[in-house]
Design a protein around this ligand. Structure first.
Ligand code: NDP
Length: 400
């Protein structure tokens, strides 16, 4: 049915590639393209002989729009799946615009020199994409991604009006290292060390990083400390869900992770300000990434489960209603299936599903969109089919 150019060859890309190859009727041919060609070839080798999807590889520096344009003109994909880093979003979107090809990513653009999480740069492409007759689907991982689909599903089936949303992202996995991040360390630490922010009564309220903590008892995981953070889907959901009064995002962190993070922050290792080291300019956070375990290698050692979901309150037929929808994912099962841990898995599966929705024309309109702007039903069905089944609870505990 279609050809997908997958940019990036890290933890998430590996899952996207495996999942596309499990679905050869939709993904007839893929090209895995990244900065380091050997990583693309290694991924191809893992799947050769196990799928009827044709696989090519290519080297590309996706910071350079011209290189991406050249690759697109050569491979002629129907869609570009960007699972490189958020820094490449705009250069890849420009290349898609120049060549008339649809675009999908899992994280919003961040300027490398400031940790700012905003959709404004990518939403600014809306008119240009409409005029070109192509589509961009933004933030189609788990969070952002499935969390937006969950909210759209709740809105469609259970609520006349949604008033509050609490997104809770829990990872009870243990990889056995004293400190490691589950996805790209630089992006992860930028996100975690940023100020907390949530939306209430039409305003954004800022909090100090990880200063607001609660305990929540998560199905199949148990009680965990959860910390209020800013996360990018808050911005699009606050805009797209009419009548919303409050939306917050919470994530679990172990005491061990937080202790290490605090020390690293205290000694300046998480800084993104360049410093001079023996005549070279280095960015401490990038140096830290180089010495931390590669998230793509955590799969074999990680045990335990993740639980990510949305706790929603609102009204239906004039009566108050509560609803909790969540997915539980087992690190070891993910590893058995695709050789990756659950964080990469829960991001890569929805990216494949989003691309499938677009290739099949189920989610398809020119412009730039977030996932909650489409009919959630076919996506929810696909989550059950492709490895991320979800559960519902109509009387969950609520967060005050
Ligand atoms: P990794 O660091 O494992 O992989 C990133 C890949 O991108 C690497 O292969 C890297 O190449 C490649 N890359 C980096 N820069 C360039 C460039 N200029 N040109 C071409 N390729 C490049 O990251 P993850 O797989 O963990 O994360 C991928 C994306 O998924 C990130 O944007 C992350 O924010 C997002 N994410 C989204 C989640 C969600 O739920 N929505 C959750 C988790 C992650 P090299 O190997 O040479 O460094």
């Amino acid at each position: 049915m279609g050809k997908a150019l997958i940019i990036g060859a890290g933890g998430v890309a590996s899952v996207v590639v495996h999942k596309c190859c499990q679905n050869p009727d939709v993904f007839e041919e893929i090209c895995i393209a990244s900065r380091t060609l050997s990583k693309c070839d290694a991924l191809k080798d893992k799947l050769t002989g196990k799928t009827s999807t044709k696989i090519r590889t290519a080297q590309v520096d996706a910071d350079k729009t011209d290189e991406v344009i050249k690759l697109i003109n050569d491979f002629k994909p129907d869609i570009v799946i960007n699972v490189a880093l958020p820094y490449q979003d705009l250069s890849i979107m420009d290349a898609c615009l120049a060549t008339g090809v649809d675009y999908l990513d899992t994280a919003n653009y961040e300027p490398p020199d400031t940790a700012k999480f905003e959709y404004k740069w990518q939403w600014a492409y809306k008119e240009k994409y409409e005029k070109a007759g192509i589509m961009a689907l933004l933030g189609c991982g788990f969070d952002p991604g499935v969390t937006g689909v969950f909210v759209a599903y709740a809105q469609k089936h259970y609520f006349d009006e949604i008033h509050t949303i609490d997104i809770v992202d829990a990872n009870a996995g243990d990889h056995g290292y004293p400190f490691a991040t589950n996805f790209n360390p630089e992006i992860n630490i930028r996100e975690v060390t940023a100020k907390g922010r949530y939306y209430e009564n039409g305003e954004w309220v800022e909090t100090d990083p990880l200063s607001v903590k609660k305990v929540y008892d998560l199905p199949q995981i148990g009680p965990k400390n959860i910390y209020l953070m800013y996360h990018e889907e808050l911005e699009s959901l606050a805009k797209n869900i009419k009548g919303l009064k409050r939306i917050r995002f919470w994530m679990t962190f172990s005491d061990n992770y937080l202790t290490h993070l605090k020390v690293l922050q205290n000694v300046g290792m998480t800084s993104i300000e360049p410093i001079n080291y023996e005549g070279h300019e280095i960015i401490p956070l990038q140096f830290l990434k180089a010495v931390l375990p590669d998230p793509a290698t955590l799969g074999a050692r990680t045990k335990g489960k993740t639980n990510i979901g949305c706790i929603i309150q609102g009204v239906k037929d004039g009566k108050p209603r509560t609803y909790y929808v969540y997915n539980v994912c087992d690190h070891e099962e993910c590893y058995r299936e695709v050789g990756s841990q659950a964080i990469s898995y829960t991001t890569g599966v929805p990216a494949m599903i989003g691309a499938m929705m677009m290739l099949k024309g189920i989610w398809k309109k020119p412009g730039v969109y977030n996932v909650e702007e489409f009919d959630p039903d076919p996506f929810m069905e696909a989550l059950n089919k492709y490895g991320l089944p979800w559960h519902e609870d109509f009387s969950p505990a609520l967060l005050d």
